[in-house]
Design a protein around this ligand. Structure first.
Ligand SMILES: [Zn+2]
Length: 545
């Protein structure tokens, strides 16, 4: 009997070992600006084989949140794939103020590299600002034969997930409508990418009309289509369906018009399926990794907000693309031949003006006037112009001037923080000294400190009250559309679903942090924990028996 038990245990160990190692491919899907509640609000309109399949058959981590500020695209993608926060991976914003170059820099722009596949500058990019290793880097460092491919409409959403070692990171060139790369990654585009570009799908899409997938009367899950809070696209005088792209395309081949329609999600899915086929992903004994990031939901969300018919239709159609992707993976690799996770790089706040009109907390902070006032007051108090820049609610001081004149840096920071505290809509202000010595006693201070770096952040960082956004000045267009970036749940609470090899149906309600995704993949792939990784593996995913 004892022997039989031992034998049974051995079989069990063998079985679980096999289960964890037969993924031919890991597929990471990031939906830019996806709120957690979209899974449920639009569920009745989703097909059986897309989001519903993931929710009904996979592991749904229903309480997954970002654990730092700012909740933007660059930091989000970097945190998902490095398993740590911006204070460690270095991506403190989509842009930040570079003190040496004395200008605002983009997180992936790198003029040391040139474009491949276009004569525009859109390919002058690299992942060099990323200070640690992604899960995809770790896979390549351990198993150089692993094929890592990353793709997105946005440059940063393709480059950061693929990390430093990707075999190919591709993004959309707005000036030509083609998928391109940088010579950091490749000397020339592979044939299959050239062939894909030759099909000119974006040009074809610009001749189409975006109509709702179902009759518009059935879109009861969102607000009225004609809403005063939505941005007007091109020549539209009302923000309503249908969107006749041929008519709206007044500047010949306006690819930004293409990128704000669900056709761009379908285009990216087509490109992903071509990558699977032509890169021979998942065809040898080494597990490969495909990163897909859908940017269009963010572009639609900024313009129309989370309660718009436009966002609902975008997700109904994205669901069809996700279904197509899952179907291909299952047909090619079998139900247990791949591991897929789906999450978002941040969510979004409702349009603040709509909150104000509904008597809900929310509003705007108009910065231009406030900042010029602050600058004057600092000069009056300390005799010098000491504020160099403002970016992402960070006040950057003239560090070298302050040091060379032995000015009281701490007192200057405190003076600025005290003045910002008097602005309507400001919830909290932190100085560099507080952020460098942050203890976990204050949730907001901890979240800001995890997004703070001495070399890339300002000396004073402020956060706004819930429902608030900053705008430069008060004009009619400032009250339309929305954004994200805050520490609050409307920006931090995102979907996280796992599906595929050895992943069982379960729902997890305990809090999970976005930085726990990569550490979980570390154990699925049996890799060394990478570089500055600080997250923890999700045990419920790994304990399958
Ligand atoms: Zn984003």
């Amino acid at each position: 009997m004892k022997k039989l038990n031992t034998l049974f245990l051995l079989i069990l160990i063998q079985f679980s070992y096999a289960q964890k190692n037969n993924s031919k491919i890991v597929v990471g899907v990031v939906v830019d600006q996806m709120c957690y509640d979209y899974l449920y609000r639009f569920q009745g309109k989703f097909s059986k084989n897309g989001f519903n399949k993931l929710m009904q058959k996979g592991t749904n981590c229903r309480n997954t949140n970002y654990n730092y500020v700012p909740t933007y695209t660059g930091p989000g993608h970097a945190s998902i794939y490095t398993g740590t926060t911006p204070d460690n991976h270095g991506i403190v914003g989509n842009e930040w103020y570079d003190r040496n170059r004395r200008e605002v820099v983009n997180c992936v722009t790198d003029k040391a590299y040139s474009s491949i596949g276009t004569s525009s500058k859109e390919g002058e990019r690299s992942p060099k600002t990323l200070k640690t290793y992604t899960i995809t880097d770790q896979l390549k460092m351990t198993y150089p034969s692993a094929n890592v491919i990353s793709l997105s409409i946005k440059d940063r959403s393709a480059i950061l997930p693929g990390g430093h070692l990707s075999n190919g990171s591709y993004w959309f060139d707005y000036s030509t409508g083609k998928m391109i790369t940088s010579n950091y990654f490749k000397k020339e585009l592979p044939n299959w990418v050239n062939d894909f570009n030759a099909t000119k799908k974006p040009d074809e899409a610009l001749l189409k009309t975006w109509e709702t997938y179902y009759p518009i009367e059935s879109y009861t899950e969102s607000g009225a289509d004609d809403s005063p809070y939505e941005v007007l696209i091109s020549t539209k005088n009302k923000p309503i369906f249908p969107y006749d792209l041929k008519e709206l395309n007044i500047n010949a081949k306006d690819y930004s018009l293409f990128s704000i329609t669900p056709f761009a999600n379908t285009f990216l899915t087509d490109f992903a399926l071509e990558a699977i086929k032509n890169e021979n992903l998942g065809t040898d004994s080494q597990t490969d990794f495909l990163c897909i990031s859908y940017s269009t939901p963010d572009i639609v969300g900024h313009a129309f907000g989370p309660y718009s018919v436009e966002i609902e239709d975008t997700y109904i159609r994205l669901d069809q693309d996700i279904a197509r992707l899952i179907q291909t993976l299952e047909a090619k690799f079998g139900k247990n031949g791949f591991t897929l996770f789906l999450t978002a790089d941040h969510a979004v706040v409702p349009i603040p003006q709509s909150l104000i009109d509904q008597k809900l907390p929310g509003g705007y902070l108009f910065l231009e006037e406030k900042l010029s006032h602050l600058k004057k007051d600092v000069k009056a108090k300390f005799e010098f112009d000491l504020i160099e820049a403002e970016e992402n609610q960070n006040i950057y001081l003239k560090r070298s001037l302050i040091d060379s004149l032995y000015l009281p840096k701490k007192a200057i920071e405190t003076f600025i923080a005290n003045e910002i505290r008097t602005w309507d809509g400001v919830k909290a202000v932190y100085t560099s000294e507080e952020l460098e010595n942050a203890l976990s006693s204050n949730n907001w201070l901890e979240m800001v400190s995890k997004g703070y770096r001495f070399d890339r952040s300002g000396e004073v960082i402020f956060i706004l009250e819930p429902g608030y956004l900053t705008k430069n000045e008060d004009k009619p267009s400032s009250h339309k559309g929305t954004s994200h970036g805050s520490a609050f749940n409307y920006d931090t609470h995102v979907p996280l679903i796992w599906y595929g090899n050895g992943i069982r149906k379960q729902e997890i309600f305990r809090p999970i942090e976005i930085i726990d995704i990569a550490p979980t993949l570390i154990h699925i792939l049996n890799l060394q924990r990478s570089g500055a990784m600080t997250g923890n593996p999700i045990m419920e995913i790994l304990n399958q028996n």
